[in-house]
Design a protein around this ligand. Sequence first.
Ligand code: E4P
Length: 224
Amino acid sequence: MFELYLDTTNTVQLERFNKALPLKGITTNPTIIAKSGLGLKENLSHCVKILGPTARFHVQTISNTYEDIIKEAEQLNTLPYDIVVKIPATEIGLTAINHLKTTPIKVLATAIYSVQQGFLAALAGADYLAPYVNRIDAMGTNGIAVVADIQQLIDQHQLNSILLPASFKNTQQVMEILKLGVGAITLAPEVAEQLFTHPAVQPAVNQFENDWKTVFGNKLSYES
Ligand code: E4P
């Protein structure tokens, strides 16, 4: 089942988009949490009230040694939520992922900028992989091609990782990624908003309303 996430802890945005979109949960990173001005636990307690008890939360570790990443992941996993621990796919991060996948802790390998990094994280057993589509594009490489190659390697080697591409800046990137058959994506609220927006939609709706009112005034469909 496809999983859709919002890349934010902003409660106003979550309230808004949770009504229109079948959100599986949210993804966060240290920048998102720091910008919110609240600690992780306060953020999560606000978000779960909006998204409900089955929401999944992707939360990134801050530690940068193997031992500390493991400890932090174990602590995050004790929080009373469905937590996926995000770990940057560095050499130390991959070592930690290898270990954590001998435990029931769910892991997302994040900060993926290359095909090889994604493939190694999948081999390490990461449950999810987060390649950064727009950040890759911004470096002059092709983010969509990187995701396509990782998906192909996952399929070819029958690995279990779910691709959860992140870092989108426009709907074209989102649609190209969805066509690759990835299992999940995360969208910033600004990009989620763009998915609803097309310059022709509102004029079409307005025209229907005008045509209706010209003949039936303020009657509703079932009253006519
Ligand atoms: C998700 O895992 C990333 O933290 C995030 O989506 C990066 O997005 P950005 O490039 O818009 O900061």
